[in-house]
Design a protein around this ligand. Structure first.
Ligand code: SF4
Length: 580
């Protein structure tokens, strides 16, 4: 990956394309790349939908190689949801494909003068951009179908749905999977709205004629990859739990721990949890889908294979197997225990191009406001359809939980930096509360997944119900996550590398074998810290202060059943997270 593709949408004669050398960005990938570009090139106080903001799409440093699990893509910009820096990452095929074409990043900059919609094609011959207004307001499924008709079955798509075109703060960017379906999303922070503001509907990536990226030290790389895969296969989470049930294996676990946010974070346990658990979902999928229901990877080279396919009652494809976060957001958080309705909501979100976490949290807030009743699945489906249609109510909901709470006068709005909290209540899982409060991204479980240690006992044990040890845990995880997000590796490898020193060493050897440079654990820590430093500096210049590193007040005053506890990590301790 020795070049950057810059597409400027502002030119007087229409968009222009140029290929840059890497310059200051040499050696960076994934989140390290997106956050470095945004920190250096985007004015922190600019409007997120203005010409000054940039959308950066970057494969990880190992993407496009034969390294297992290396196909994650990072998307960065100034977020329309939080007003701070954003990195949202996704699976799907495009990361491997773009890396094989030699691009370390695509940067969309400027803004078209007219309301035109563009299609970008990137292949071995270079990149072209053309106006294609026939794509206007199409859902992601129709976009991919049209692109397949035009370019064939082997290309990958990076696209936005109507929510992105309407520049909603909950809009995602879809990445097509191995079946060429738009099921994988860079969901968080409204990255789809920034792509919409640039007037780019779809980027088609075609790696025909290219080959796998070669490691500098093939023998070391091959041996490390073998040891790394063996380590993933022997760990109970990456070798058994995730492949068998997908991420939804967590519903029963988190519910039993009393940390499953129910009815807009009013309770820590949901009566209907068993009906929407990973175990129930897997049983149903097997029954309806036969062989096609086997779990699989969301991109080439995944060996954990947590992804699956959800079929409707007639055995027809409805959506991907909904992820735990989605099942929670549209399920327990809204009091809904109907797995078919949840899968329909997942499909609608994917098609309109919406973050499932933000949408589920938003509907929970709307239910608290009396717009619909908790447990009313059809009402939730109707509300998401309003978002896709862009009705006045839909435009409020499509801008997320914070806006919805404000419009309807609701105090209990579970957001940090205006981004909705995911599927773990911070009162019962206090370590994830520290991550929600202090992450540069707003409330984000993937920024430092303390649930692993608090609840699953991975990487040690820290009592989830007590404040002691949570700051140190979250700090360590936020640093290591920022580094993993830069490699292109799926974050789920963390379970195995936290627990198994030999698997962590295999990962170091894998990266070192690929680059030809020595790599130690200290280098990984230094990389993670430098990414976070860039992000913190950007946020500070955008106007964020310590008061933004806090949970909403009610998490400190309202006790959560069944443990009847509040979030107890002090403000002074939260301010120590970035003390490195
Ligand atoms: S483990 Fe799951 S999310 Fe990660 S790369 Fe594989 S299928 Fe995608």
């Amino acid at each position: 990956m020795d070049k950057i593709l810059r597409i400027n949408l502002s030119g007087p004669d229409g968009p222009s394309i140029k290929t840059d050398s890497l310059g200051d960005y040499a050696g960076l990938g994934g989140r390290a790349m997106t956050s470095a570009v945004v920190a250096k090139e985007v004015p922190p106080t600019c409007h997120p939908l203005s010409a000054e903001n940039k959308l950066v799409i970057a494969p990880g440093i190992l993407s496009g190689s034969a390294a297992a699990m290396s196909g994650r893509m990072s998307v960065g910009c100034k977020s329309p949801l939080t007003g701070g820096i954003k990195e949202a990452n996704s699976g799907g095929q495009a990361s491997q494909v773009l890396a094989r074409l030699g691009y370390a990043a695509i940067i969309l900059e400027g803004k078209p003068a007219e309301a035109a919609l563009y299609k970008v094609l990137i292949n071995q011959d270079g990149a072209t951009i053309s106006e294609d207004n026939s794509l206007k307001m199409l859902g992601n499924y129709d976009v991919v179908e049209k692109i397949r008709g035009e370019f064939g079955e082997k290309v990958s798509c990076i696209s936005i749905g109507p929510a992105g075109e309407m520049k909603m703060a909950a809009a995602s960017i879809a990445f097509s999977d191995m079946e060429q379906r738009p099921t994988r999303h860079a969901g968080r922070g409204g990255v789809g709205a920034v792509m919409g503001a640039k007037g780019v509907k779809v980027i088609v990536v075609d790696d025909a004629g290219t080959g796998v990226r070669s490691p500098a030290d093939p023998e070391k790389f091959k041996a490390a990859n073998k040891a790394f895969v063996a380590g993933l296969r022997k760990h109970p989470v990456t070798g058994e739990g995730l492949p068998a049930y997908g991420t939804n294996v967590l519903t029963n676990v988190i519910n039993e721990a009393g940390g499953y946010p129910t009815n807009n974070f009013a309770f820590g346990q949901f009566e209907g949890a068993a009906k929407i658990s990973g175990e129930t979902q897997a049983e149903l999928e097997n029954e309806r889908g036969g062989k096609g229901s086997a779990t699989h990877g969301c991109h080439r080279g995944c060996v954990i294979r947590c992804s699956g396919t959800f079929y409707d009652k007639n055995g027809n494809f409805l959506s991907k197997q909904p992820e735990y976060e989605t099942v929670w957001a549209h399920g327990g958080n809204c009091g809904i225990d109907d797995i078919d309705a949840i899968a329909m909501l997942d499909r609608l979100d994917d098609d309109f191009g919406l973050d499932t976490i933000e949408m589920g949290a938003t509907i929970g807030v709307a239910m608290e406001a009396g717009i619909a009743k908790f447990g009313d699945a059809q009402a939730a489906i109707d509300l998401v359809k309003e978002v896709g249609q862009g009705t006045p109510l839909g435009r409020i909901l499509g801008n997320g939980a914070a806006v919805t709470g404000q419009v309807f006068g609701i105090e209990r709005v579970p957001v940090v930096k205006r981004q909705a909290m995911p599927a773990y209540d911070p009162r019962t899982v206090q370590g994830i509360g520290v991550t929600y409060a202090t992450s540069t991204m707003g409330a984000d479980h993937t920024a430092g997944y303390a649930v692993a240690t608090n609840i699953l006992g991975v990487g040690g044990n820290v009592d989830p119900l007590k404040p002691e040890g949570q700051v140190e845990l979250s700090r360590t995880l936020q640093i290591s996550t920022a580094a993993i997000d830069s490699t292109g590796m799926c974050l789920f490898i963390a379970f195995a590398i936290l627990d198994q020193p030999d698997t962590f060493q295999a990962l170091l050897d894998l990266i070192s074998g690929f680059s030809g440079q020595p790599l130690t654990a200290d280098d990984v820590v230094a990389l993670g810290k430098s990414v976070l430093k860039n992000e913190r500096e950007f946020n500070a210049k955008a106007g964020f202060t310590a008061k933004d590193d806090r949970l909403p007040d009610y998490f400190q005053t309202e006790k959560l059943p069944p443990h009847d506890i509040t979030f107890a990590v002090s403000d002074e301790d939260l301010d120590q997270v970035y003390n490195f």
